[in-house]
Design a protein around this ligand. Structure first.
Ligand code: NAD
Length: 241
């Protein structure tokens, strides 16, 4: 059932208090208020760039320079971005012992910069680069880095379409979702698998689901609470509640 209105924050606060442990699952929607566009909204990245040309592992193997041009733009946007009220509220909830962990599909590192400590990055991170030839991983400080070990062009440390998700991170995320009394989804359309299967993991183990997202998700009908509103505003109101 969907609830929208003043009571949302109070209802969400009650769910978080009574359905511990609370695990949070975030997507691109929590970072749009930091000036980073999401993928699928009308102003999203995929309206300007064809994902088949810029976001698949085949595209990278075909033309790494072209994919790095796209990432250079994203790196520039990320360098200017600061954590917003939503990231800060989640970090504060963790400090208060009310959030166990944040599982994120984002690669922007804003949860850690906001002070969250238990962050599981299931789609990798833009802070690193990896070498497809020899496996070397290094911090990423500029676009088109060359591998210090073998000289190959390195790949951004993010998961591209056609690649497997990091096994350890996905196992940990699944375990957290399974043990969650409440899975709180923030800013994700829940369309990209296997992450979109995590709510099922919580529900089938008897946990509850709450969703804060502008626009519909595939799980709206199964959530105890759906707040169709901005992540920053909703989470900072929640903190006060
Ligand atoms: P998505 O674009 O599919 O969905 C984002 C959802 O958030 C949409 O439903 C949108 O309406 C909603 N939204 C946008 N702004 C919002 C706000 N201020 N408050 C509440 N809701 C808001 O993104 P997704 O589900 O994360 O898709 C998955 C892929 O997008 C992931 O692979 C992720 O790695 C990638 N991505 C990451 C970043 C980043 O790191 N910041 C940016 C773009 C895309």
């Amino acid at each position: 059932m969907a609830f929208v209105g003043e009571n949302d924050a109070a209802r969400l606060a009650q769910l978080i208090r009574t359905r511990q442990p609370c695990v949070v699952l975030t997507g691109a929607g929590i970072s749009t208020e930091s000036g980073i566009p999401d993928f699928r909204s009308p102003t999203g990245i995929w309206t300007q760039y064809d994902p088949m040309e810029y976001a698949t592992i085949d595209a990278f193997r075909r033309d790494p320079g072209k994919v790095w041009e796209f990432y250079a733009l994203r790196l520039e946007a990320l360098a200017k971005a600061e954590p917003n009220a939503g990231h800060l509220a989640l970090a504060e909830l963790e400090r208060r012992g009310l959030v166990r962990a944040v599982v994120t599909q984002n690669i922007d590192g804003l949860h850690q910069r906001a002070g969250s400590r238990e962050v599981i990055e299931v789609h990798g991170s833009i802070r690193t680069a990896t070498c497809l030839a020899c496996g070397e991983e290094t911090p990423l400080d500029r676009a088109l880095p060359l591998c210090p070990r073998c000289g190959e062009i390195m790949k951004p440390g993010v998961v591209m379409f056609g690649e497997l998700l990091p096994v350890g991170a996905m196992e940990r995320a699944t375990e957290l979702a399974h043990e969650a009394g409440l899975l709180l989804v923030v800013g994700s359309a829940l369309e990209v698998y296997p992450v979109a299967a995590l709510p099922e993991e919580t529900l089938s183990a008897g946990g509850a689901l709450a969703i804060v997202n502008r626009g519909p998700t595939g799980y709206d009908g199964r959530a105890d609470l759906k707040v169709d509103g901005g992540a920053g505003e909703t989470l900072s109101t929640l903190l006060r509640a």
